[in-house]
Design a protein around this ligand. Structure first.
Ligand code: RB5
Length: 153
């Protein structure tokens, strides 16, 4: 199952992606937004990221205006590797080299045609493992170390 989410800036693009995946019989779980009204991208990013991190959904796709805010928010959840992409090469490479588990796109940046191509690449490209596994293990180690810190303010 693929988790989907957006704020108002990515709402229309998210709806296009949802239609596209459902037409292929791919199961989706839509975390909203469900209208074009303004919502805060961090709220939706958190829901989708938890669903992927807890393995309720195998991957996620998030859209906001630029794809940036929603990717920054999703990446705060342990185990999430959210990649903000606006080209096919990056959407493919982030699977091969980063084992990205969430694709983020900007509804004000990319058109639906490009977004659907990136979606296909993201969902079908396998992780290469090998030396790339060592590198993402190091990311996980940073995450763990940072999680242990007591922050005094
Ligand atoms: C909302 O206007 C916009 O800031 C948001 O969709 C996103 O682009 C933030 O990164």
């Amino acid at each position: 199952m693929i988790a989907l989410g957006s704020d108002h800036g990515g709402y229309e693009l998210k709806e296009e992606i949802k239609k596209y995946l459902e037409a292929q019989g791919i199961a989706v779980k839509d975390f909203g937004s469900f209208t074009p009204e303004a919502v805060d991208y961090a709220d939706v990013a958190y829901e989708v990221a938890l669903s992927v991190a807890q393995e309720e959904c195998e991957k996620g796709i998030l859209c906001c205006g630029t794809g940036i805010g929603i990717s920054i928010a999703a990446n705060k959840v342990q185990g999430i590797r959210a990649a903000c992409c606006s080209d096919c090469f990056s959407a493919k490479m982030t699977r091969m080299h980063n084992d990205a588990n969430i694709l983020c796109m900007g509804g004000r940046v990319v058109g639906a045609g490009l977004a659907l191509m990136m979606t296909d690449l993201f969902l079908t490209t396998p992780f290469e493992g090998g030396r790339h596994q060592r590198r993402i293990d190091k990311i996980a180690k940073i995450e763990k170390e940072e999680g242990r810190k007591i922050i005094w303010r």
